[in-house]
Structures are given as C-alpha cells and as structure tokens.
Write a protein that binds this ligand. Structure first.
Ligand code: FMN
Length: 182
C-alpha cells in the first residue's frame, strides 16, 4: 500500500511521530504545507498528523477538499496532544475537537491519539500567554471543580514534560498492515 504522511508540527512532537511512522511504513513524508506538491492519485493511503492547540486543528480545512476529491483513498489522522491518551474521556474530547474541525469527513477517517510534549522555554509568545492564562484560570478554581489532569498541568507549569513514546505508534502501524481493526 503506497502511503503519504503529511504533518503539521509547531515544536517537533508530531514531526517525530511522523518520522517514526515513515520508517515503519516506508511512506513518503512531508510537511502538510507542501500538500500541493503531491498527486494524491498516486497513493492508496494519506496519513495526516497534527498537534492540537486549545482544541483547535488547522489541517482539516485543507484536508476535507482532498477527501472529497479522492473519496476512494484511505485516510488516517493522528492527533498529538499533552493529554493522557489512555484516558477514554480525554480521547472522547479530542475526537470531539477533530469532529468539529472535520464535520462528516470524520466518518471516513481512522483516528489515532499520540501523546506529545510541552517545553515552556520553547513556546512562542502567544502559546506562553495561552498557557499562563489557562494555568491561572485553573488555579482560581476550587479543587473539586478542576478538570482531569489540571493538577498535573499546574504542577508542571514552566517545566519541560515529554510523553513522546515510539511504541505508541504500534496500533497505527498494525492497522495499516491489516493486523488489527483498532
Ligand atoms: C497553548 C497550548 C495549547 C494546547 N492545547 C492542548 C489541548 O487542547 N489538548 C492537548 O491534548 N494538548 C494541548 N497542548 C499540548 C500540545 O498539543 C503538545 O505540546 C503537542 O506535543 C504539540 O505538538 P507539536 O510539538 O508537534 O507542535 C497545548 C499546548 C499549548 C502550548
């Protein structure tokens, strides 16, 4: 199966995962911004990866017209975020974020969740400000009203945390190789 991986990564986590997936599948690989360089007709499978920021994703806007133009291709989307991806509630929320961005196209997309990293020293001004606002908002909330993982977000604020794990791409690889439907 000939596959193309296109990724959008601000700080490198999604890029790292995209490279590992490329190694495993011998896919073609590029930044999502270079989508226009590729003839999708040449591929059986398109894999798109993106890091999620405040529940938002930028690639679906350009991906949807491609999916409409090539409805017989297979599509995989892998979302990278700092949330604990073993937690079903987090997955449900992230899937909801992607559904908002993709609309009906989500039905034709197999979705995987991979855990990324946060390095405050590398964040741009906008992202630093967003995290500062979020953490201050959370700190003001009574403990009983805090959303899941909020305590970890507060306690790791300003530091570098990484949950990047090469093994977590295995379900995606198994799925592409037809070894599982998950
Ligand atoms: C401002 C900001 C907002 C974020 N929002 C979310 C979020 O809504 N959900 C989540 O799981 N991770 C969130 N993250 C974490 C990023 O998705 C994570 O750092 C990811 O590894 C980024 O991928 P990249 O390195 O490829 O850019 C956020 C990070 C920042 C800096």
């Amino acid at each position: 199966m000939k596959s193309l991986i296109l990724y959008r990564s601000e700080y490198g986590s999604t890029e790292q995962y995209a490279h590992w997936i490329q190694e495993a599948l011998s896919s073609d690989l590029d930044r999502f911004d270079n989508l226009g360089k590729y003839n999708i007709e040449d591929y059986d499978l398109v894999i798109v990866g993106e890091g999620v920021y405040a529940g938002k994703l930028k690639t679906p806007k350009q991906l949807i017209p491609i999916m409409e133009k090539y409805p017989d291709k297979k599509y995989i989307f892998f979302m990278v975020g700092i949330a604990d991806m073993e937690d079903q509630e987090n997955r449900k929320n992230l899937y909801g974020d992607l559904t908002k961005a993709m609309g009906n196209a989500i039905e034709k997309t197999k979705v995987f969740f991979l855990r990324g990293a946060l390095d405050y020293s590398r964040l741009n001004f906008k992202h630093k400000t967003m995290m500062w606002m979020l953490v201050n908002y959370l700190k003001r909330k009574p403990e009983k009203d805090l959303p899941k993982d909020a305590d970890k977000l507060i306690s790791t604020y300003g530091r570098r945390v990484s949950f990047i794990d090469k093994d977590s791409i295995k379900p995606l690889i198994r799925y592409v190789n037809g070894e599982s439907s998950e």
